[in-house]
Design a protein around this ligand. Structure first.
Ligand SMILES: [Zn+2]
Ligand SMILES: [Zn+2]
Length: 94
């Protein structure tokens, strides 16, 4: 091992560290952005038919007209799609 080999080794390991740092930070940024997108997507209720975002209080989809509420057969209260039990009477919503 001469002086030249030592310098070469130092340069090589420095370059390697640099590349590894850039690669890992780049990947974690991408994962962060992906996770954020998934979380944001989950917060927005979407039409089961055309996937258009549903605004609060909408009873019918403005994109395809599909009904976005379910109604209790006992007391006729309306709830957002996905509601399983009526908060008015406790009955199961079909
Ligand atoms: Zn729709
Ligand atoms: Zn009910």
């Amino acid at each position: 091992m001469g002086i030249f080999d030592n310098i070469l080794n130092q340069v090589t390991s420095r370059l390697k560290n640099d590349i590894e740092y850039k690669t890992s930070s780049g990947i974690s940024n991408t994962i962060d952005q992906g996770a954020k997108k998934v979380l944001e997507g989950d917060k927005t209720p979407r039409c089961p038919k055309c996937k258009k975002p549903i605004e609060h209080g909408m009873k019918f989809c403005s994109g395809c007209g599909v009904k976005l509420v379910v109604s209790c057969t006992k007391c006729n209260l309306e709830f957002p799609l996905g509601t399983r039990f009526c908060s008015g009477c406790g009955g199961k919503i079909q």
